[in-house]
Design a protein. Structure first.
Length: 437
């Protein structure tokens, strides 16, 4: 009884101490993923109010020109009635696409700063850019309006394209298919005499532009040609032959060639299309499964090696291992595994397999699994599910993983985290001026 009273007394003391501890910070969470903090002792009052209507500075692109004194952009800007001021920036269009909405735009200008303007402009000039604009490139003017409390509210955007710069001659590169197989192809490139240099890259057909939309803002590519040149990492001046390996069978690819003239002006990109040879036949596609060694260590984790071998009718196959417990659940079972394997997974380099797949999977010791695979023939017809049950051996100090479907791991690569490039969201560099003309 005495022990119980003591414990109750300690609980009351703890609650009393907690009640006497007052918060001394106020945190306001903002979209997207940011916050503003205040010391409570410095806060005089907190209140809510309402401002009706949109607070923005609507921007309209009027003209662009470049000359000996640099680049000039003509704009008109009209504030809404409750907009007291605005900031403006000019960025490549692919960066504007990443900025997207009002909250991201407000955060962008908060980090970037820039001069605040309070007047409307009917025919203003933006000048003083240190970084020149690229010819035949897409740009965007972005503004954010601020209300009477200095709060960044709504954005406005106007897109424009700089004019093409005349080419010196007609720089062209001829593409010739030298050879093609199921997993590779070779192309020969022959430039004409107007080409100063050229670069090339390959993509899955129809994806080159979307790659530019994704990688342009991250890597600072203002134009599509900049990306091809940057990805290639080499400039060719003469005839060249290039072989692409490890390609997928029966898939269409686009080889994009970017050439430039003697003044370094980009010509229009050249697209050359190649389809790799298909695998398989019209018969039933099947897979045989071999269970190999179990390995690994407690500190790095354990793996199970499995070899999946498709027959000569298979165009592709897909593989997994799944715990026996999960496989035998009524809601999953064989039908659930088949449905899972038939789902397309764009972007997963290990999902569609061609030829023998020698795979290592994350696996727990002393656990029963099914190794499963299903193959599709050249006509697109799925064959039967191949499955093999096995149990991993025991191992000391092993921790169970949470997932029921194991994921492939690459044991030839040192463990680490890749550094994802940060988005390069710079506006046109320089202390530009916005002046009414």
């Amino acid at each position: 009884m005495k022990k119980l009273i003591t414990m109750c007394l300690m609980a009351l003391i703890s609650l009393s101490a907690l009640a006497q501890t007052k918060p001394n910070r106020m945190i306001v969470m903002q979209k997207p993923d940011s916050h503003t903090g205040f010391l409570v002792e410095r806060i005089d009052s907190v209140f809510f109010t309402t401002i009706e209507g949109r607070v923005a500075a609507d921007v309209t692109f009027k003209n662009y020109n470049t000359g000996a004194t640099g680049d000039t952009v003509w704009v008109s800007i009209k504030k809404t009635p409750d907009c007291k001021g605005f900031r403006i920036a000019c960025v490549p269009k692919n960066i504007a696409n990443m900025i997207g909405d009002d909250a991201v735009a407000a955060k962008y200008f908060e980090q970037r700063g820039g001069e605040m303007y309070f007047d409307d402009f009917t025919n203003a000039q933006m000048t003083g850019f240190e970084e020149p604009f690229s010819p035949n490139a897409n740009y965007s003017l972005i503004t954010v309006g601020y209300d009477q409390y200095g709060i960044a509210c709504s954005m406005s955007r106007a897109d424009f394209t700089t004019p093409k710069k005349p080419l010196i001659g007609n720089p062209q590169v001829t593409c010739q298919l030298v050879s093609v197989d199921t997993d590779r192809f070779t192309v020969k490139f022959t430039p004409n005499s107007d080409v100063k240099a050229y670069s090339f890259c390959s993509f899955e057909k129809g994806t080159a532009q979307s790659q530019f939309e994704m990688w342009g803002p991250m890597m600072g590519f203002s134009t599509f040609g900049d990306m091809i040149k940057g990805f290639c990492q080499k400039e060719y001046t003469e005839e060249a032959v290039n072989e692409w390996k490890n390609m997928a069978p029966g898939k269409e690819y686009e080889v994009v060639v970017q050439a430039w003239d003697k003044a370094d002006t980009y010509a229009d990109p050249i697209y050359f299309y190649v389809t790799t040879n298909t695998l398989g036949g019209d018969g039933e596609a099947t897979v045989t499964i071999e269970i190999k060694e179990f390995g690994g260590e407690p500190s790095t984790g354990y793996y199970q090696r499995v070899i999946y071998t498709p027959n000569d009718q298979a165009a592709l196959h897909r593989d997994i291992i799944i715990t026996k417990e999960a496989f035998e659940k009524p809601e999953s079972g064989e039908a659930g595994v088949i449905a899972f394997l038939k789902e397309d997974r764009t972007g997963d380099p290990y999902w569609d397999q061609y030829g023998v797949d020698d795979a290592k999977w994350n696996a727990d010791p002393s656990t029963s699994y099914y190794a499963c695979s299903i193959a599709k023939n050249a006509k697109g017809e799925w064959g039967p599910l191949a499955k093999t049950e096995f149990t991993t051996p025991s191992a000391p100090s092993a921790a169970k993983s949470a997932g029921s479907v194991s994921k492939r791991i690459n044991w030839n690569v040192v463990s680490g985290v890749a550094n994802k490039p940060a988005m390069n969201m710079n506006a046109r560099k320089g202390s530009f001026k916005l002046e009414q003309m």
